[in-house]
Write a protein that binds this ligand. Structure first.
Ligand code: ATP
Ligand code: MG
Length: 608
């Protein structure tokens, strides 16, 4: 075939291939146009899953008649004018491609009116040469009918009406979640499906409750933090709100919904310390940064972006989120606790663990997962009620807010110990109700956080063994221990190779002084091997060390069935309050739950 120029229609159809996959992708473009036009209320009417009709009405600025004719021409946009503009895009659209692409694969009618015009205009794309006068309130309606009607190849790929509508609903959720200040209404086949009122910034959380559910909201932390010219705000689901799939993760960059690898990875990393490996965190987050710092012109659908300084963005997100998670829940900050420790009867400073519960042997690994979650579901127990704790950059705010409640002023967050049951749980009375602590899980986290802190500050404190331990290992393990001798020493494990299949352990971390040294070393070696084998490029040396410290933390933990004195139980509660990430053990299981007065009343049908 000789070379020939493609018709404008075919060019647009090819462009449509990049952005229009299904009815929901048409809707995404129309919603973005409405938002760019400054709409404060948007109505979406759908028929037959969007195959028959997709109509979006907005109350935005509208278009003058001349612009209306241009809007459906390719490469016509009001949003950028010069190359420089691409460096700091503040609107959702900028390519001038969406409407002509849609018009090349469906019938498109636009009716619009500006705020100061006497009447509106209407235009049927690709058919009408000129707009005709038509009544319309200020704003714009775009009607898309019979999608892919003339493109049977694409029409074939459309799914059932129900499936296509599900995609539409999810899209509207996504968009509406990011714009609480805009009212949305969605109908399907003339039935009301979703109606959301416009909210002031102070009430934005209502939108989250409406779309993510109140359960998410009450198991989440609110975050608002800034640094290095970036701001991150939103809601972080607590580990108890994690899911088996990554379906409740919403991130907006300068108001644009994105699905970006770098951002997702940073969040995954931030949650890694408190979540089971196969669980996915939930969140609704808004990231704001100078538009000049990000390139959105990477992909036609604009879901992916490129950050000018990806490393900086990654660190910012990871650190702020990890910190918020660490400080949520029972963690009361350190200074606050020191003060409290002085008031409480038992004396127990964080650096000097009580001989009682610090002396322990490795528990059985892989305890059953989340037995408490079921109890929570059954009895409406509130797990780690951190939702009421707004997270701010200063954790002192949290402490201050607690102190300001008169009844709570004297009672520590986790209350005072009442006793121990089944050798596993500590019972305590808190200001709100009854607290149950999984001693073992809580202590595991305490030891782990102390190890991490020592490692970061002056190195893990060691204690020489009175009698060094000899270990028979495989030649591969012996090689590994020899190669990694320096790294093991950093972890507080002083090891020599004394034969082809022989190791000698000379010192242990002081925090694990009474643990089974041989078991600790064997586990760390096993971890190291697994680590080296599956060493993923993104894992920094720090993440690897953290994993190893977590493994070691398990060995320092209090053994089940050990009896703690009341003073030791009280000491455990106070230690918990000054331990970051204390709401979950090293494996992501909850360490404590609270039955508040309401839940207790419900159990006994009081007041019903
Ligand atoms: N709902 C609307 N209200 C007011 N103006 C609109 C509306 N929809 C479209 N327009 C106008 O029509 C132009 C073309 O829209 P279109 O979606 O094709 O391109 P774009 O939004 O500029 O860029 P992109 O292709 O990236 O979406 C817009 O630049 C805008 O001026
Ligand atoms: Mg657009």
């Amino acid at each position: 075939m000789p070379i020939q120029r493609l018709s404008a229609q075919l060019v647009n159809q090819i462009a449509a291939g990049e952005i229009i996959e299904r009815p929901a992708s048409v809707l995404k473009e129309l919603l973005e146009n409405a938002l760019d036009a400054g709409a404060s209320a948007i109505q979406v009417d759908i028929e037959a899953g969007g195959k028959r009709l997709i109509r979006v009405r907005d109350d935005g600025v509208g278009m003058p008649a001349d612009d209306l004719a241009l809007a459906v021409q390719s490469h016509a946009t009001s949003k950028i004018a010069a190359l420089d503009d691409l460096d700091h895009i503040a609107t959702l659209g900028f390519r001038g491609e969406a409407l002509p692409s849609i018009a090349s694969v469906a019938s498109v009618r636009i009716t619009t009116c500006t705020r100061d015009a006497a009447h509106g205009h209407t235009l049927l794309a690709t058919t009408d040469a000129q707009p005709a006068p038509a009544p319309h309130p200020a704003g714009t309606s775009v009607e898309v009918r019979d999608l892919f009607h003339q493109v049977p190849a694409r029409r074939k790929f459309l799914r059932t009406e129900r499936t296509e509508f599900r995609h539409i609903q999810e899209l509207v959720r996504r968009v509406a979640l990011g714009r609480p200040e805009v009212a949305f209404r969605l109908t399907h086949n003339h039935r009301d499906i979703m109606q959301l009122a416009a909210l002031s910034p102070d009430h934005a959380q209502q939108r989250v409750a409406d779309l993510m559910g109140t359960a998410f909201l009450s198991a989440s932390l609110q975050l608002d933090t800034q640094a290095a010219g970036m701001r991150l705000q939103g809601w972080l689901g607590l580990p108890t709100a994690s899911r088996g799939q990554p379906d409740l993760q919403y991130v907006y960059l300068n108001g644009r919904m994105i699905r970006d690898r770098l951002v997702t990875q940073a969040l995954r990393r931030a949650y890694a310390d408190v979540l089971f490996k196969d669980r996915y965190p939930t969140y609704v987050l808004h990231l704001q940064l100078d538009p000049a710092q990000v390139d959105v012109n990477v992909h036609p659908t604009k879901h992916e972006v490129r950050f000018r300084d990806g490393g900086l963005v990654f660190d910012f997100i990871q650190r702020q989120v990890a910190r918020a998670l660490a400080e949520g829940g029972a963690y009361q900050g350190e200074s606050d606790n020191a003060q409290r420790a002085g008031q409480a009867e038992p004396v127990n400073t964080p650096s000097q663990p009580m001989p009682g519960y610090a002396n322990a042997v490795a528990p059985s690994a892989g305890t059953t997962a989340l037995p408490l979650a079921q109890a929570q579901a059954l009895y409406g127990v509130t797990p780690n009620p951190a939702a009421t704790n707004r997270y701010h950059t200063e954790s002192a705010d949290v402490a201050a807010s607690l102190v300001s409640e008169p009844n709570n002023a004297q009672t520590p967050r986790l209350g005072h110990a009442i006793g121990q049951i089944h050798g596993l749980f500590v019972l305590a009375q808190s200001a709100q109700g009854l607290i149950l602590v999984d001693m073992h899980a809580a202590h595991e986290r305490i030891v782990y956080e102390r190890l991490k802190r020592q490692y970061a500050e002056q190195g893990v404190a060691t204690q020489p063994l009175l009698v060094p331990i000899g270990l028979a290992v495989s030649p591969a393990e012996a090689d590994l221990a020899e190669d990694q001798q320096a790294l093991l020493a950093q972890l507080g494990l002083e090891v020599d190779r004394i034969g082809p299949e022989q190791l000698r352990l000379r010192a242990l971390p002081a925090l694990l002084a009474s643990a089974d040294g041989e078991a600790v070393l064997r586990d760390v070696l096993a971890d190291l091997r697994a680590n080296t084998a599956s060493h993923s490029a993104g894992d920094t040396i720090n993440t690897r060390m953290t994993t190893l410290l977590s493994t070691m933390g398990c060995h320092g933990s209090v053994r089940a069935n050990r009896t703690l004195t009341l003073a030791e139980q009280e000491g455990l509660l106070r230690d918990m309050e000054c331990t970051p990430n204390i709401d979950q053990c090293n494996h992501g299981r909850p360490t404590w739950v609270e039955l508040d007065r309401r839940a207790l009343d419900r159990l006994f049908l009081r007041g019903q």
